[in-house]
Design a protein around this ligand. Structure first.
Ligand code: 0PR
Length: 376
């Protein structure tokens, strides 16, 4: 740091230059985040200084956090749900598994997850010293329920299902996993970090939430398809007992206890989530999801036209395309045409997420470039 500061205009000239180095979302087909809704940005700025880590100082923001939990509890068909906002799916997943571990008395705890689970579960294995057992997938890239069941033993402290997998956008058979959870008296966490703001607004119905008896916690992220600001995740627990084992005393704060993992938490992100959910309502989210599913359909149709097939018929706005040498095609798309796409691990497919920042016109341009990149 220099002794004397820059002028405002000097500084913002620098910032503008730096911003140019960042990627504009218009050609990003790999992200699960997008431009936050303008209402979310405005609300975030209004509460920018608010810290949910000392919520007694900010009772207004605290009220909004309760409202967000209530609205999402309702959307997830819960009653008496408790929870809090987090920095996103990773933190929500850590907290859900921390609760499972604290609930059990096993000295060698394990949790069974689908092989498709997000890499945050590998971090959890390290941080919480829990063994993460990965069940194999079926032909449709949902978890294979027999493989899943075979991994449960006396040291299993909980189960995880994914509703909207990061790579394939697939929904696990949560109903069957819920049955196993009830049968074995185990908690079941549903990672709906991406799917939570998509599945309830799809034309087809899927059961993946608290309407299933076995589901004890759900993660869903406003900063993905919720159109909130980063960082915004939400973790919901079916009952207080799952949250209470995360309690820490905070004697010198305005509140006596805390359940969140992080201390200082963004009140801005809480306000943004509250605002965008109230502004859009269910109808607004249905429109957003309809738009993304329309893009998805157009992407799949356009791909078939150039001889490329999807790995599975997309369930939500995530598409994996079967392309020989997907890594090379990805490189060409990026270096020659400026498109950012990603690759699934196994099998190696081109992975595209149809987020609200994409336009039909851009998608058509992308399909033209994809055709050229495949032929190159
Ligand atoms: N669970 C699922 C199902 C996810 O898809 C993700 C993130 C997480 C948990 C973790 O969420 P946080 O990253 O909020 O902690 N899925 C994307 C991924 O890792 C996140 C992402 C978003 C990646 C934007 C790239 C990007 O540009 O691929």
């Amino acid at each position: 740091m220099k002794n004397s500061g820059l002028t405002e205009s000097q500084l913002f000239d620098i910032l503008k230059e730096i911003k140019k180095k960042d990627t504009n979302y218009s050609r990003v087909l790999s992200a699960m985040c997008t431009h936050p809704h303008r209402i979310a940005v405005e609300a975030h700025m209004m509460f920018i200084e608010s810290n949910m880590g000392d919520s007694g100082l900010f009772p207004g923001t605290n009220e909004m956090e309760h409202c967000v939990i209530d609205m999402l509890s309702d959307l997830m068909h819960g009653q008496g749900v408790h929870g809090h906002m987090t920095t996103g799916g990773t933190e929500s997943n850590i907290q859900a598994l921390r609760s499972m571990r604290n609930f059990s008395e096993s000295s060698r705890p394990n949790v069974v997850v689908p092989e498709s689970a997000h890499f945050s579960f590998d971090k959890i294995a390290d941080v919480l010293r829990i063994e993460i057992r990965k069940a194999s997938m079926d032909q449709e890239f949902k978890v294979d329920i027999e493989s899943f069941e075979s991994l449960i033993d006396e040291n299993t402290v909980g189960l995880v299902g994914v509703a909207g997998s990061t790579e394939f956008g697939q929904i696990d058979p949560i109903e069957d996993i819920s049955g196993l959870a009830v049968e074995n008296s185990l908690p079941l966490h549903v990672d709906a970090a991406f799917g939570g703001f998509v599945i309830p607004f799809l034309k087809k119905d899927y059961s993946f939430d608290f309407s299933l008896d076995g589901v004890t916690s759900i993660a869903l992220d406003p900063h993905k398809m919720g159109l909130g600001t980063i960082p915004a995740g939400v973790l919901l627990f079916r009952g207080e007992e799952y949250l209470s084992n995360l309690q820490t005393d905070t004697p010198y704060l305005t509140t006596q206890t805390q359940h969140s993992l992080t201390g200082t938490r963004s009140g801005g992100a809480v306000a943004a989530t509250y605002a965008v959910m109230n502004y859009l309502g269910k109808d607004g989210y249905i429109e957003v999801v309809d738009y993304c599913m329309d893009l998805t359909e157009k992407l799949v149709e356009g791909s078939y036209r150039i001889g490329i097939e999807p790995l599975i018929e997309p369930v939500m706005n995530v598409v994996a395309l079967r392309i020989p040498d997907a890594d090379l095609v990805r490189k060409i798309l990026r270096e020659k045409y400026g498109w950012m796409v990603s690759i699934t691990r196994d099998p190696r497919c081109l992975r595209l997420v149809m987020m609200p920042h994409l336009t039909i016109a851009n998608l058509e341009l992308f399909l033209q470039d994809l055709e050229k990149a495949v032929k190159d």
